[in-house]
Design a protein around this ligand. Sequence first.
Ligand code: XIL
Length: 590
Amino acid sequence: MHKQLLLKRRHFLIGLGALTGMGTFTTASQLRHLNLLDSDISADPSVALAAEAIALRASARTKGLLFGAAVNYNNLSSDQAYANLVAQQCGILVPANELKWQALRPSPSQFNFTRADWMAQFARRNGMLFRGHTLVWHNGLPNWFAKTVNKQNAEKFLREHISRVAGHYAGQMHSWDVVNEAIDPRGQRGDMLRNTPWLRFLGPDYIDLAFRMAAEADPRAILTYNDFGIEHDTPQAETKRAAVLRLLERLKSRGTPIQALGIQAHLFGHPDGVNFTQIRRFLRNVADLGLEIMITELDVNDQQLPRDPALRDRAVANVYADFLEVVLDQPAVTAVITWGISDRYTWLSSTKPRKDGAGLRPLPFDAQLKPKPAWQSLTSAIAQAPTRPSQPGLPTPTTFADIQGHWAQRYIQALADKNIISGFPDGTFKPNAPVTRAEFAAIVTKAFPKASQNNASIEFVDVSRSFWGYSAIQTAVRRGFLVGYPGRIFQPSQQIPRVQVIVALASGLNLSSDNTSVLSYYQDATQIPTYAMNKVAAATQRQMVVNYPTVRQLNPNRNATRAEVAAFIYQALVDADQAQSINSPYLVQV
Ligand code: XIL
C-alpha cells in the first residue's frame, strides 16, 4: 500500500508541473509553496489563493472542457459564502433535486418551477451554463404518482411532463439527463432494463419515446442518457457497461435523438488506490457511436477509509486523479461535474454516513470551503488533458422570440449565427411563414457565396432591374441554383414549394442520382414530379432532406416554410462541408 501511495504522490507532483507550465502567471509562484507530501493543504493560504486564481471553470475552459457541480436550492440560496464558491468554480450548474418530478409537481395537474427558475437565473447571472437533471427516473417521484399513473395514462403523463418541463427551459439548457438509471443488471431481462413504472407501463420503448419528446420540446439541449456503476474495474461494472453500451447502440440504430452519455461517477475510495483500466475501451466504444460523454455526478465515497482526515483526503484525491487521468484522455469527454462541491453539503452524509461519525470528505472543497487535495487532482488532471477541438460555449443568445422549442430552432439559430438568414424588426423569425422564390434566391446566394458554377444569366421577363431581388436572382441563376424556367418567367412573388427548394439546392451543388429507388422511403413518393426525381433522390442520399412532422412524409408540393428552407439550406451547407451536421429526428437518413 505504501509504495502505491508514494507513486501516486509523485504523479500528483508531475501534474502540478504541467499546471505551472500552463502560463497562469499568478499561480506558478503560489503553487511553488505547496508541499503536498507533508502539509494539510487546506490550511495553506496559498492554495486557497491558487484555487481562486485558477478556478476550475476557467482552467477547464482553456482545454475546451466544462467544469461544474450539482447543488441544492436550499444551500445555494441561504449560504452566501457557499454560493460565492459555486459561482467562482463552476462553469455549469445542475439543480441536484429541483428538476425532479417530486420537486416540480405538487399534484398531477400542477407544475411549480419557482426553485428551478431561481437556479437558472443564478446560473445566468454568473455566466454559467445550466444542465437539467432529470426527466425520467424511477426515483424522485411524487407520492401521488403511484396512485395516479397507470398503463392507460402513462404516455400522456410522460408527454405532458417532458413537453412542459423541457419546453419551459428550451433554448436555455446546455443538456438534459433525459433518462436516468434505466439499466439494472440484477434483473431477469435480457436487455437488463430496470423494472421501473415506466417499463411496466410503456415497455422498453419508453426510453426512445422520452428522447423523441425531449428533442421536440428542446432541440438545442444535448440529450443525455445518465447512469451509475459503470466506472470501476469490477465484474458487476463490466456487465453494466456492456448493457449500457447495448442500450446506446440500440437507440442510435433506431435514430433516437440522443447525443451524450452521462457517467455519474460516484466512486469509492480505497486506501490502496483504485485502477480504472476497463473503462477506457468502453469510453472509446461510446465515442465511436458518435456520442459525447459527460462525467455528471463525480464524488469519492470515503465511508470505508481510515479516520485520519489527511490520509483520507489523499486517498480520495488519488481516486480523483486516477479516474480523471483515464476519462479526460478520451476526447469525447467534454464535461466534469461533481455532485456537490464542498464537504459542507454532500448527499452521502445522509445516505452513506461513516460508522465512526466523522464527517465525510468526498468533494474537492472541505467544509470550510477550502480547496483539498481532490481540488488539486482536478486542477492537474485538467491541465494535463488534451485540448478539445471545440470550446463549449454559452448557448448563443437566441435572436428570435418565436423559435424557442420550434423543431427547426437549431437550424434557424445556426443560419442566423452565420448571418445567412435574419428575422423581422419585431424580433421574431416567423418560422412557419412561407417563402417566395425571390426570398429563396436571396437566402441561397448568401449561403453559397462561392458556388463553383458559372451558368449563363437569364433576364426574366417578370423581374425588372429595379426589383429588390433582381441581383440575388441573377446570382442564383449564374451559380446554378435556379434552373428550368421556360419562357424566361420567374414569378418572383410566388411561394416556393418544398420540392423546388430541394431541386434548387441539388442543382447548385451539382447533385443528381439515377438510384431513384431511395424515394420509396417516402410514403408519398408518387407525388414527386418526374422532373425532380433524380435531384430529390440525390438530396435524400446526402441527408439534405428534413421532414417535419413525419420524417417519411416528403410533402413535395406543399409550400416550404421559412423553418423548412432553413433546415434544407443548413443541411446543404453540411453536404458542402461548410457546417457541422445538426442531429434532428426529422432528418431523413436512408
Ligand atoms: C440525490 C440527491 O443528491 C439527494 O439529495 C436526494 O435525496 C436523492 O437524490 N444519482 C442521481 C441523483 O442521479 O439524482 C441522486 O441525487 C444521487 C444519485
